[in-house]
Design a protein around this ligand. Structure first.
Ligand SMILES: [Zn+2]
Length: 516
């Protein structure tokens, strides 16, 4: 080791004193202690994910979740309310049961898509056929009447149900390359097959419905073992179901080999008319600058194939737990600390866009927004979102965060303003300093994001605990900072065409959704 100069030694002493000072902040210590010794995360996760369940916009479960969150905050002596921002088609998932009944009997793993029509209390039994590969839309129109009374399969047969990482590990290179080449060719051929019908993925189900099909059967494989993405249906009268890759492939191969497989489908969803939609808002009032806001942010809604555990149950838990802890160890913040649990993020950031539109008085007085919405993992990325001076205040606030939590966070300053992806973008567009606490991957994209496997068991509680500590300390620091944060925007790099970069525009929410 190089001999230390007097100056370095002095710096070293100052640094170690600072480190000591950092760990001695009683509020920071209190946050860490409460988060680790009295964590409520497991209990909250059980109540939200297991008991209430997924939170599709317009579903009774979304409303139950809003009411549950308000009750929790009241229990913690934090004032909270549900704020109406719009209306949505009310739809309630019921039991869906899908069986193969010919050429042999097998219960299939599958479910109705969100907003899919029910089977009206009946079980519908019919043959399953595949969209054929025809010359053009004229030939398809001629074939179309033959769908009458049949279930129509609209997804490609996957050549493998094994994820690529599994092939990577065990296949010979030749075999893996061959599979990928064949899959690419099949995918291209399938895209052409659908295009030649004259319809697209959204309009084809409607055409099948009009021609008298019994139902639409798809399979949106998410490229992992046993995992499918479950989105919404576009049929109005007949059910649309998603069947797991394994069972879908079985039906497909049987249909292709001329074994005329039949399935029976019973889908019991309910239509509940137009229902109000809410954001849950809670706040700890500021003591000296109550009109200035630090906002903790996470969308509350989810898709409903699983229980929305990591999208965005974990973001929700992070912010609820941070609020609970703050109320206990920092009950009199300088600025108001507000938490927004937004509705209908999944359909286009609707809840947060409505909040920004409805509350200019809050938006102009935002000190900082911290949003979390990309899974259960520890936060590892933080971008300045294009705000020129974000480096200054974010790094200052981060300096108070314990090393184990702070060290893995890669910062990027000034960064680029996010135009979408999650609710921070609604605030960034309005010029308010809003940031995304971006998580470690944990196979989010393939295994949990919008899938039927986004469930409680995928939550990594230690990581969520670490994120709750981070969110609470950042909120505490943003609240205490003697200075207001700068909103100055950086000059954005020019785009591919050489035109100057443009800050994302504020967008209005959809206030009445799911209806024509
Ligand atoms: Zn999300």
């Amino acid at each position: 080791m190089k001999k230390l100069s007097g100056l370095s030694l002095g710096l070293l002493l100052i640094t170690s004193t600072l480190t000591q000072a950092q760990t001695k902040d009683p509020v920071v210590e209190g946050i860490v202690k409460e988060a680790t010794e009295n964590s409520q995360l497991e209990k909250l996760a059980h109540e939200l994910m297991d008991v209430i369940g997924p939170r599709l916009v317009g579903s009774p479960q979304m409303q139950q979740a809003n009411d549950w969150a308000v009750a929790k905050y009241k229990e913690w002596s934090i004032s909270a309310k549900n704020e109406k921002w719009g209306e949505w088609r009310g739809w309630e998932r019921g039991a869906s049961h899908i069986d193969m009944v010919y050429p042999r009997v097998k219960s299939l793993e599958g479910t109705q898509l969100a907003w899919s029509p029910s089977t009206g209390g009946k079980t519908v039994t019919a043959e399953v056929i595949i969209i054929p590969d025809l010359a053009d839309s004229v030939a398809f129109a001629k074939w179309l009447p033959s769908v009458k009374g049949k279930f129509v399969m609209t997804s490609m047969l996957q050549p493998t149900g094994r994820p690529d990482y599994n092939w990577q590990e065990f296949a010979t290179k030749e075999s893996f390359d061959k599979m990928k080449k064949e899959r690419d060719a099949q995918t291209e051929a399938w895209t052409k097959r659908i295009a030649k019908t004259g319809y697209n993925g959204r309009t084809l189900p409607a055409a099948l419905e009009k021609a008298g099909a019994a139902g639409v059967v798809g399979s949106l494989w998410s490229k992992g073992f046993g995992v499918n993405k479950i989105f919404g249906a576009s049929t109005k009268k007949i059910p649309t179901v998603d069947i797991a890759l394994e069972d879908y492939s079985l039906l497909y191969r049987l249909a292709e080999s001329g074994h005329t497989p039949k399935i029976s489908v019973k889908a019991d969803s309910k239509e509940n008319g137009l229902v109000p939609t809410f954001n849950t808002i809670a706040e700890i009032k500021g003591s000296t600058n109550p009109e200035e806001y630090v906002i903790l942010s996470a969308h509350f809604d989810s898709w409903d194939g699983g229980t929305g555990a990591t999208d965005n149950g974990t973001g929700t838990l992070t912010m609820m737990e941070a609020m609970r802890i703050l109320k206990k160890v920092y009950p009199n913040p300088k600025r108001t600390i507000l938490v927004g649990h937004w509705g209908s993020e999944e359909q286009g950031l609707n809840g947060s866009r409505a909040f920004v539109e409805d509350h200019p008085e809050i938006v102009k007085n935002i000190q900082a927004v911290f949003n979390q919405d990309n899974g259960t993992g520890r936060v590892v990325n933080l971008s300045g979102q294009g705000f020129l001076n974000a480096y200054d205040y974010l790094t200052r606030w981060l300096s108070k965060v314990p090393d184990a939590i702070k060290a893995p966070i890669e910062t990027k300053f000034p960064g680029a303003p996010g135009a979408g992806g999650s609710d921070f973008a609604s605030f960034v567009a309005a010029g308010a300093p809003a940031f995304s606490l971006s998580s470690l991957n944990w196979s989010y994209g393939n295994y949990t994001w919008h899938t039927n496997r986004d469930t409680y068991d995928k939550i990594v509680f230690d990581d969520v605990r670490s994120n709750a500590i981070l969110a609470a300390i950042m909120a505490y620091q943003a609240s205490e900072d003697p200075a207001r944060t700068s909103r100055e925007k950086s000059v954005l790099p020019s785009n591919a065409k050489g035109e100057p970069g443009v800050w994302p525009a504020v967008k209005s929410p959809t206030r009445k959704g799911g209806v024509e």
